[in-house]
Design a protein around this ligand. Structure first.
Ligand SMILES: Cc1cc2nc3c(=O)[nH]c(=O)nc-3n(C[C@H](O)[C@H](O)[C@H](O)COP(=O)(O)OP(=O)(O)OC[C@H]3O[C@@H](n4cnc5c(N)ncnc54)[C@H](O)[C@@H]3O)c2cc1C
Length: 617
């Protein structure tokens, strides 16, 4: 075992992690640990843009941006956080420009801006051009720019290191912290893929920036590596997860594949049509039509298919029509995504509409933080020295549905904040003692997995999990589908305990790491489904067919899910039957599983200036 000490340790080298590293390494010794080589992080796959009310091409201001974000999130957004994000957006874009990011330009040389869903002028009057972009490779440019600047600033990277445990000085997973005592971060435990060796990183501050968890679904825009590691590690250490039932399904995945065609296509004028050639979004969102927020467009598409108006031989998708756009315009603004349509579906977007269907895209929920990016251990206390930013976190700027281009913004604004606050905090404290048993749990898990001679195959369990989530916890959900999903996940959890890997070696054992990642996926899927079962209303990305209305009286609350060990008396209260769930007990519901229980709690939504209204576009 090797031990390292850094003032600040950042887990994740995507946009959030590297933006944090640029801030923190200017002030304090900083290490970035990443399971991927940094420029392979998913931020690099982002296409359409990053928004900020620059008002470069149309009248705009950050207050309208705040309002759109709050309304887009169906009022579950913490409004103080949305204000910070919309206000600091302008500086975030300028920072990137100064670092050398090649944004597309207006004829007079300013950063160009394009339309994106849910971004409007004057509180919903009409779509506004707010998204800054670099063709349809905005994320790629952001990631490369941040990485180059990190290299220039001599940030220390530990690449292909997998963080497998988070160390804190109280065992929160036991649920009990003595009155008046703080919980402090100690560091992380990581596994070096090249050697199979365990490393302990001591840190005064740790920033979790591990990205999303789209791989709980089969049809997804997310990369293979988006397995929600940071969220699952936090959950296992007793840190709650917030609003996990809210998952975004992006309307325009390539049908049958899930590969993303950016909303930028619609921003540049593409239109959705059903099998009859009808522009159906006119019926669902008469004002902004195809540029309505994603939850609404995805649901409308699924509804068209359900009601028999889909396209194709099985009528199971709709069409994204770009044929009225000039080929030169398509080539200049949407080169990559039109190439995806040619490569993966054999469709020529100049002349043929592209088959599309919703694809699992973005986790609105995650590790709860405040606007300083400090991680919360319950609805009021923070964990000292622990921060989270980016898709792994839930500062709640996206509420129950994220607007397009708000995530590249989120990672820059809150990544920067995390770096700044983590470095400042590190200057005020010393290193904490690493507990003697720091690596025991990790070593034990790895050894068990490696030594089991035969058992379940990782790929089988993962496929069944993903198919279950696609079938039962996608755009439309019901009590019945979610109950089925939970039973299936429980069954898969059992089979996972007997999983075995074929590669028994130490060097570059990706087989072993995929098995560990599957464990994370199972834990998170369970939390998503339990949250979705308890929330008997429809809001943003979470649509319950059996409860189609939003219910502010009972559910204008963030969901918090805590994992806790069983107590003796828990044996008498097994899984609460589905029909005993009511709006009144939704947030104090306890679900007991073999070996542990999930306890649900709530956290109030911060409302500053926008009272909840009905959401119409
Ligand atoms: C195809 C696609 C297109 C998108 N387009 C847009 C867009 O146009 N605009 C927009 O705003 N948003 C877009 N998004 C969303 C946005 O790109 C992401 O939400 C955002 O980039 C996430 O950044 P991040 O830094 O949080 O995580 P990531 O970029 O995913 O980085 C995660 C990092 O964590 C590391 N990591 C994970 N687990 C571990 C572990 N156990 N140990 C060590 N390291 C670990 C990884 O190596 C990686 O470096 C898009 C997403 C996708 C999938």
């Amino acid at each position: 075992m090797q031990t390292h000490s850094f003032d600040v340790v950042i887990v994740g080298a995507g946009g959030a992690g590297m933006r944090a590293a640029l801030e923190s390494s200017a002030e304090a010794s900083t290490a970035v640990i990443s399971k991927l080589y940094p420029t392979r992080s998913h931020t690099g796959a982002a296409q359409g843009g990053m928004c900020a009310a620059l008002a470069n091409v149309e009248d705009d201001n950050w207050e309208w941006h705040t309002f759109d974000t709050v309304k887009g999130g169906d009022y579950l957004v913490d409004q103080d956080a949305a204000e910070v994000m919309a206000k600091e957006a302008i500086e975030a874009v300028v920072d990137l420009e100064h670092m050398g990011l090649p944004f597309n330009r207006t004829p007079d040389g300013r950063i160009d801006q394009r339309r994106f869903g849910g971004h409007t002028r004057n509180h919903g009057e009409a779509a506004v051009r707010r998204a800054c972009y670099a063709a349809d490779r905005t994320g790629h440019m952001i990631l490369q720019t941040l990485y180059q600047n990190c290299v220039k600033q001599k940030v220390e990277f530990f690449n292909e290191f997998y963080v497998l445990d988070l160390l804190v000085d109280h065992d929160l997973s036991q649920g009990h912290v003595p009155e008046g005592e703080d919980v402090n971060v100690v560091g992380v435990v990581a596994y070096d893929l090249a050697t199979g060796e365990i490393h302990v990183f001591r840190a005064k501050s740790v920033i979790l920036a591990t990205g999303g968890a789209g791989k709980i679904y089969k049809t997804t825009s997310n990369a293979h590596t988006l397995t929600g590691d940071g969220m699952a590690l936090a959950l296992r250490r007793g840190i709650p997860l917030e609003d996990m039932e809210f998952f975004q399904f992006h309307p325009t995945g390539l049908a049958g594949l899930g590969i993303l065609l950016s909303e930028a296509a619609r921003g540049e004028g593409a239109i959705l049509r059903n099998g009859n050639g009808e522009r159906f979004m006119e019926r669902y969102a008469p004002t902004i039509k195809d540029l309505a927020p994603r939850d609404i467009v995805a649901r409308s598409m699924a509804n068209e298919v359900r009601e028999g108006r889909g396209a194709g031989p099985n009528k199971d998708y709709v069409l994204l029509d770009l044929t009225h756009l000039e080929p030169a315009h398509i080539d200049a603004k949407l080169p990559d995504i039109t190439e995806f349509a040619r490569t993966y579906l054999g469709v020529e977007p100049y002349t043929e509409p592209v088959p599309v269907y919703p694809t699992a895209h973005y986790a609105m929920g995650g590790i709860p933080t405040n606007i300083k990016t400090e991680v919360l251990r319950d609805d009021e206390h923070v964990i000292r020295g622990l921060y989270a930013a980016g898709e792994v976190a839930c500062v709640s700027v996206h509420g129950s549905n994220r607007l397009g281009t708000n995530s590249l913004l989120d990672i820059n604004v809150f990544g920067k904040r995390a770096g700044r606050f983590a470095a400042a905090y590190a200057k005020t404290v010393g290193f904490r003692e690493v507990p003697a048993d720091a690596i025991d749990a990790t070593v034990h898990e790895l050894e068990q997995m490696r030594s089991r001679p035969e058992g379940e195959r990782v790929a089988d369990v993962r496929r069944e999990l993903q198919e279950t989530m696609d079938r039962d916890a996608q755009v439309f959900r019901t009590q019945e589908s979610l109950t089925d999903a939970l039973a299936k996940i429980r069954d898969l959890q059992g089979r996972y305990r007997n999983v075995s890997v074929q590669d028994k070696g130490k060097l570059f054992n990706t087989d072993l790491l995929e098995a560990i990642e599957l464990g994370f996926l199972l834990d998170l899927a369970e939390v998503v489904v339990v949250g979705a079962l308890s929330r008997r209303e429809s809001r943003g990305g979470h649509f319950r067919e059996d409860y189609p209305q939003r219910d502010d009286a009972h559910y204008m609350q963030h969901t918090m899910v805590y994992r806790r060990p069983l107590a003796d008396h828990d044996a008498d209260s097994p899984l609460i039957p589905a029909d005993a769930l009511t709006p009144e007990n939704a947030f104090d519901l306890i679900r007991v599983f073999d070996g542990y229980k999930l306890v649900l709690g709530s956290k109030p939504v911060t409302v500053t200036r926008y009272e909840p209204m009905e959401r119409k576009y």
